[in-house]
Design a protein around this ligand. Structure first.
Ligand code: AHR
Length: 494
């Protein structure tokens, strides 16, 4: 099979905001406890943080991590997780039917983030709580004033404010599984009032309002319109969430989900612009795709698991090679939509539907999805170019025409590199790829990085990294072949 990909240097979609390579850590299962924090592990540092997880997070070059939820945040009292650990309460977490010990809270998490070389994206509780607790939290985190919560932070040993710049106004408030789920009207009002007090305390922050928790929600569209009707002037981003699965074992259809993600983004951006036009506003609300991944095998696990455990094994999805292909494609979709998507969070980072896994009192290891994420974050920096593609296609279950080739092209001017990310979605045929880079005189293909396994079900585990990239230097004039069902990265250098 043959395919052709052409770009022109001047045909730019936009500059990529590095925050699209963000991630997410929720108080859920073993994400925090045994994930980032395990004081009994011999490899942990002076604060009880696992050094191996910090190193792997650095390897992924994660720019921002959303915290502390997720569904968890809608029942969370942030004050439970500050100050002396011995005085912190153990509480029931109704989102995941677990016990929260509060050994880790914002005091610790902001320090972990520094050690991991990342920023915090903080979510406030708009389920059981509202603007009052949110304004106290931001005073605690960001204020330099001589006032109660800023002084409380100082008393706890943090003279300098945490300086958290990105804030989420609740989580998935459109879903009836959410603690204190709201109608779009109810949420729109409380999000607006919370946005106002947050920005009054710290005008330098950016705010994300909750969009739909999935494109399949019955309220998708109407939720966005109503919420934005209220919040448009007060927020900077609208969120989108999406998890894909392959319950039917239909790989071709599963890999076609990338187009569904593109469509979800485009429709949501259109709705933002519709409200912009209606309000005759000069401002553009962009998108925060702050939960996305493959997740289906361990969905609803909390409902059958033993209740009220601390750090239970929940949502520990074991990813296979096919999942790595889709995750690679979803990252390309974020790059291709970088004119509207400014923040993205792969959900999540450690143990819970995550690229990094840990063994209790043992080592950390990489799931199959680790590598497409790492390469996108390390190499996908610069401007995304609009590519035109020629080649064969197949039909998805919904009757969509799905090209075998899905790709994104990023021009990194600073490094003198053009990076082509490419997915061959044919399950049977290798693809000979002809790349034409117009306006890039003197650039030549120097490296081909490939993720491939003959068996789509191959997984990694703590002892075997079966799925890891193969890096090949390229001889001049060599033809590029993308193996059947493979993820690839091509580096063109000046
Ligand atoms: O990431 C797991 C859960 O998925 C989050 O808590 C929630 O926001 C979403 O439904």
């Amino acid at each position: 099979m043959k395919a052709k990909l052409s770009v022109n240097k001047n045909n730019i979609i936009d500059k990529i905001d590095r925050r699209i390579y963000g991630s997410f850590i929720e108080h859920l299962g073993r994400a925090v406890y045994e994930g980032i924090y395990e004081p009994t592990n011999e490899n942990s540092d002076d604060m009880g943080f696992r050094r191996d997880v910090i190193e792997l997070t650095r390897e992924l070059n994660v720019p921002v991590v959303r915290y502390p939820g997720g569904n968890f945040v809608s029942g969370y009292n942030w004050e439970d997780g500050i100050g002396p650990k011995s005085e912190r309460p153990r509480k029931l977490d109704l989102a995941w039917l677990s016990v929260e010990t509060n050994e880790v809270g914002i005091d610790e998490f902001q320090e972990w983030a520094k050690r991991a070389g990342t920023d915090v994206m903080m979510a406030v509780n708009l389920g059981t709580r509202g603007p009052d607790e949110a304004r106290s939290l931001i005073e605690y985190c960001n204020s330099t004033t001589d006032t109660y919560y800023a002084n409380l932070r100082r008393k706890h040993g943090f003279d300098k404010p945490f300086g958290i710049k990105l804030w989420c106004l609740g989580n998935e408030m459109d879903g009836d599984w959410q603690i204190c789920h709201k109608t779009a009207e109810e949420y729109g009002r409380t999000a607006t009032e919370t946005a106002k007090v947050l920005k009054w305390v710290d005008p330098s922050i950016e705010l994300v309002a909750c969009g739909s928790s999935d494109a399949g929600m019955p309220t998708f569209g109407s939720w966005e319109r109503t919420v934005l009707d209220h919040t448009y002037d007060y927020v900077d981003y609208l969120s989108l969430h999406c998890y894909f699965g392959n319950r039917e074992g239909d790989t071709a259809n599963f890999l076609a989900r990338v187009e569904q993600m593109d469509k979800f983004i485009k429709t949501t951006a259109d709705i933002c612009d519709e409200v912009k036009a209606k309000k005759n506003s000069q401002k553009t609300v962009n998108l925060s795709f702050d939960e996305w991944n493959v997740w289906y095998r361990t969905k609803d696990e909390e409902k059958t698991a033993e209740r009220w455990q601390t750090a239970p094994h929940l949502l520990e999805e074991k990813y296979n090679f096919e999942d790595a292909l889709l995750v690679g494609g979803m990252l390309m979709s974020l790059q291709n939509n970088c004119d509207r998507v400014k923040i993205g969070c792969i959900a999540q980072l450690v143990n819970v539907i995550a690229p990094i896994m840990t063994e209790k009192n043992g080592d950390a290891w990489k799931q199959t999805i680790f590598y497409p994420y790492m390469y996108a974050s390390l190499y996908g920096n610069g401007e995304t170019l609009k590519a035109s593609l020629e080649g064969g296609s197949y039909k998805s279950k919904e009757g969509w025409d799905v090209p075998y080739l899905y790709s994104s092209v990023v021009n990194n001017e600073e490094r003198g590199e053009v990076i082509v990310f490419a997915l061959n979605r044919s399950l049977f045929d290798d693809m000979e790829l002809d790349v034409s880079l117009n306006g890039f005189e003197g650039y030549a293909l120097s490296k081909h990085i490939e993720l491939y396994s003959d068996d789509l079900n191959t997984q990694n585990d703590k002892d075997n990294e079966n799925i890891s990239p193969i890096e090949r230097e390229i001889e001049s004039g060599e033809k590029i072949t993308l193996k059947k069902h493979s993820w690839n990265m091509l580096v063109y250098k000046k």
